[in-house]
Design a protein around this ligand. Structure first.
Ligand code: NAP
Length: 258
């Protein structure tokens, strides 16, 4: 896809990979629709994007409130129109053992990314069908392929997202609507400040893999938008490990939980 002037909605655009993706897309003079909870951070990202030549719309919203998420997306649809691309980057969730996870926090981590991505997609999908175009891009964690210890709620939400992506692909077969999944290893982003303790639960195997910067992670997302590729995995060593885990599941489980 030629990015110039494209209308792109990004969830989780106030920080981390979503914010950096917005800044990188801004140089293509895109029309960016930025969603997250923190208005002040969204405005900072929007101002950097406008300085680089993009137009922006900022929507502060807690996407775990699914009725509100739907209402805001309907407002965007009516007042701005249908995005060419939706990038689902909003995500949260501490990495906890089952017995340490309280019900309210569990609901939050199922809401983000899975339920919110479902609701946002559901609002725009009918227009994607009527235009026979549109591209959905999902940020994903390797835990959706190879679960590790002490992150059950987080992992279950990523498996739900994986199921949603796979089912969407079935629904959208024989249409021109594209679905991309960007699976990233450890990214040095604000995620680990927002979800304290998670970094201590990273699998030992992670030390063998290079940590990605926010810029490298965002480059992978921009590449997914440009190429429409179904799956992008970064870093490349993670791609090889996930393939191995797919072919020899016990080896994948052992390596992930060393
Ligand atoms: N960092 C990694 O190592 C890594 C690796 C693989 C995959 N991922 C995935 O990539 C995605 C982005 O991660 P990241 O590292 O950029 O995380 P991050 O730095 O914590 O950013 C998360 C974004 O989501 C927004 N958000 C969180 N809860 C929200 C809510 N209830 N409603 C609306 N927005 C909400 C946050 O903004 P507000 O707080 O302002 O709402 C922020 O903009 C996540 O899905 C994450 O799981 C991350």
């Amino acid at each position: 896809m030629n990015l110039k002037g494209k209308r792109i909605l990004i969830t989780g655009a106030s920080a981390g990979i979503g914010a950096e993706t917005a800044r990188q897309l801004a140089s293509y003079n895109c029309e960016l629709i930025l969603l997250a909870r923190t208005q002040s951070k969204l405005l900072e990202v929007a101002s950097a994007c406008e300085a680089a030549g993009s137009t922006t719309h900022v929507y502060p919203v807690d996407l775990s409130d699914l009725d509100l998420a739907k209402q805001i997306c309907q407002e965007i649809h009516q007042s701005i129109g249908t995005p060419d691309v939706i990038i689902h980057s909003a995500g949260a969730g501490r990495w906890l053992y089952t017995e340490d996870t309280n019900p309210a926090e569990l609901q939050q981590m199922i809401a983000l990314p899975y339920l919110a991505a479902f609701v946002v997609t559901s609002v725009f999908l009918p227009s994607f069908h009527s235009y026979q175009s549109g591209h959905l891009v999902f940020l994903q964690s390797p835990v959706s392929r190879a679960p590790w210890k002490g992150a059950t709620g987080y992992a279950a939400s990523r498996w739900a997202l994986r199921g949603f992506i796979a089912s969407l692909r079935a629904d959208l077969m024989n249409t021109k609507i594209k679905v991309s999944e960007v699976i990233l290893g450890h990214v040095d982003s604000t995620y680990f400040e927002a979800n304290r303790g998670a970094e201590t639960r990273l699998p030992k195997l992670d030390k063998m893999l290079p940590t990605l910067s926010e810029a490298q992670a965002a480059q992978a997302v921009v590449k997914a938008v440009q190429t429409g590729r179904k799956q992008i995995v970064k870093p490349w060593l993670l791609r090889s490990l996930l393939r191995l885990a797919n072919v020899i599941p016990w080896l994948g489980r052992t390596l992930t939980n060393l």
